[in-house]
Design a binder for this molecule. Structure first.
Ligand code: HQG
Length: 182
């Protein structure tokens, strides 16, 4: 992936996840915006992106952060929002275990309060240890937590699966969390 494509991806994450209004955009239900509107607003704000570049970002993004709608006229971020949005994802039955990558400095708080959404819209959980390790590594030496998602589902907690394979939930209470044995 070229530097230019990474820069565009970061720009798109910023405005499709966090500050659409700063670009004069409104996210539609589902988090969608018209591609034409996004390109026009970006240009007006001094960052010109071509349609081809936008499509390249969607196709090449390492984590499939963006998706097009079925008419390919709209785009959204698949997850990671902090701005208020209903992604309209169906509830899904999680696997028995999910994983969360974090760092040791957060452990005490997490084991008391559980996993909280912090600045995002949802708690993000990974389907495998490797992915969780990559998430944790963004902040330092990763610590992996195992979430008993099977028990949570039995107890009535809701889960949704983003288009790029990230499991989303509202809160994970501490009783469903254990530190992975290393
Ligand atoms: C921690 C990236 C203290 C939590 C990634 C994490 C992911 C607590 C941080 C996606 C806590 C929040 C999401 C508590 C949770 N006390 N700390 N009670 N509960 N935390 O970035 O899961 O590149 O909002 O462990 O790859 O790290 O953006 O969440 O360390 O998929 O596409 O608070 O973001 O994807 O950090 O990452 P984040 P996350 P993108």
């Amino acid at each position: 992936m070229s530097k230019r494509i990474v820069t565009i991806s970061k720009f798109m994450s910023k405005y499709l996840r966090h500050e659409p209004e700063a670009l004069g955009l409104n996210l539609e239900p589902g988090g969608w915006v018209l591609i034409a509107d996004l390109l026009e607003s970006a240009g007006k704000h001094g960052f010109t992106i071509t349609n081809e570049e936008l499509l390249q970002v969607v196709a090449e993004n390492d984590k499939k952060r963006f998706a097009l709608d079925e008419t390919a006229t709209k785009i959204r971020a698949n997850q990671g929002h902090s701005t208020s949005v209903d992604l309209q994802l169906a509830e899904a039955e999680p696997p028995p275990q999910l994983f969360h990558g974090t760092v040791s400095k957060f452990l005490d708080a997490i084991l008391v309060e559980g996993l909280k959404k912090m600045d995002r819209h949802d708690v993000h959980l990974s389907k495998d240890v490797l992915t969780a390790a990559k998430v944790g590594e963004r902040r330092g030496k990763p610590v992996i937590l195992v979430v008993d998602s099977g028990a949570m589902a039995s107890d009535g907690y809701k889960f949704r699966l983003s288009e790029n394979g990230v499991w989303l939930t509202d809160h994970v209470p501490p009783k469903y969390i254990r530190l992975m044995d290393t």
